[in-house]
Every structure is written in structure tokens, then in C-alpha cells.
Design a protein around this ligand. Sequence first.
Ligand code: ZN
Length: 329
Amino acid sequence: MTMGELASRAGVTASLISKVELGQRDMSEETAKSVAASLDYPADVFTWKEPVYGFGSSSFYHRKQQSLPQKKLRQIQAFVNFQRIRTKRLSAALDLDFSFTIPSLSVDDYGSPEEIARAVRAAWRVPIGPIQNLTEWIEAAGGFVVAQEFDTAKINAISVWPPGEHPFFVINTLLPACNLRFSLAHELGHLVMHDVPEPGQEQEADRFAAEFLMPAVEIKPQLRDMNLRLAARLKPVWRTSMGALIRRARDLELITDRQHTSLRVQLSQNGWTKQEPVSIPHEAPNLIPEIVRVHHVEHGYSASDLADMVGLHTPEWLETYEPRGLRAV
Ligand SMILES: [Zn+2]
């Protein structure tokens, strides 16, 4: 909603909304109620004191394919912050116990992003071979993952890890599962390796993701004589895109740059750079649904109690957190 739309719905001036947003003026209780009603949110949401994090701040990374318009970025930023704060409120009362954590490791200490990827796999005791469900591993390490279909394919995944909070990831389910797994691993790489934005971090996060999902020692023998048929056969095994497998073969020096270019051209000629032939099912996050279940079953909260807790009206709570009649109570 633009400022003008909101102002006319709420029966106030756009200048008032603007000044309130800038913190230059307060709203009367009556105006606040009318603005909240126009936005279809409970009024107390507007008194929340939780910090909001933006793109480009040190604890907020995003993986995007192309530049997005400012308005879209603002919408996504608002979505991520709201989801993060709601998740924080939902989990605050619970004594959550995780098998391990997402560590902070520096490339200076470890020598390379690949070494760090191996260290995280070792710390989590990930078995040799492909990672079947990356979302499950991240959740077991205390990371929250929200799967959301955005109305743009230009952003893959976003991660944010504010001080004192759980690592928080949002993935855009408009994109194929194999791309999202790589993006999620890339975001994990940022959270493990990077505090302050610096040049070169995108490549480091990609290198982390490639080694984390396709460890060189394990995958190398399988990538010899790379061609499109082999890439299509390995895709459901490693659950990474044919493009990523072909790039891996080049990075591990199993094919030359020229062979790599030629394979990319073949992918493109088949229309497979846009949509690859073999598809992998999306990974469904479980941690937040499990928290909702515990609140219902063990604490006896109703949907309307939980809606209040996270600053939603009940219909939006049900649509967002308990779709398809998954209600426990
Ligand atoms: Zn990145």
C-alpha cells in the first residue's frame, strides 16, 4: 500500500503517516486504531520495540540473481523482519534444545571456504555423500527456515542472524528445489564465515556451498567425462542442479574452461538454463510447524491466542501457520 492509499483508507493525511513513519510525530490512540484496522493488523503490532534489519546491514545477507526495484526490496525486507519477529515471539516461551549450532569460523584461520565447509560437516557429523535434506540439518542446528513463494524469481534466499537471536533463513519457493538448496548452503556459508560485508564474500559463500553439498573428495570420481546425460543422472543423487554439477566438474579441473563453455551452450540450446529436465522435490521446513504444534497440544493455546502472540488476526494466522486443515486443536 502506498502512503496515500493508507492515508485515505484510514481517514488521515499522507503527511501525518509520513511524519509518524519518520518518528517525528505520535499518533493518537484513535488514529493508531484506524491505521491498524486499515492495514488489517492488531494495533499493538505498532508498539513493538523489536529492531528491524535491512539489506546490506552486517547481519542481513541476501542472494539475488538480478537487481530488484527498491519497492520490491522494501516489501521483502518487511516480510523477512515480520517473519523473524513472529518466530522469535513464538519460540521465546519454549526451552528449545538443538543437537548442535551454526559455528562462526573465519577464512583467515581455516585457510579456505572449502576447509570451513568440511569443518561444519564434521562438527555436525554429516554422513559421507550427498546431503539428503539440507533444511533438516539447518533446523537441527537451531536455524529457522521459512519457505515462501515470492512474486519475483529475482531473489533466491535471505538470511539474517541478529545478536542474541536464532539464525533465520527465508527461501523463495518460486525457484526449483536444487537452486534453493545451493542458495541455502550459500547463506549458511555467509552466517558461518562473515560478520562485516567485504568484497569477495559472494565467491566465498559459493565455494562453501559447493564443497558443503558436493565434497570434492567424494564427488570427484563421479564427475569424470562430464556431459549432459551424466549431469542429469547425478542431479537426483546430489540434489544440485545440472548447471552446478557441470561447474563443479570445471572447478575440480575435470573439464577445461572450453568444455565447460560448450556444456553451458548445450544446456542453453535445450532450454535447460531456465528449466532443467529432472526436478527435485522442495524441502519442507518442520521446526516452526513443530513449535505451533507444541503450543497447541502441550500448552493448550488456541489459534486466536497464537495469533495474538505474533500480532496477527486469526484468519491470517491460520492461513500462514496452519494451512490445509493441519490444525491440531
Ligand atoms: Zn551471498
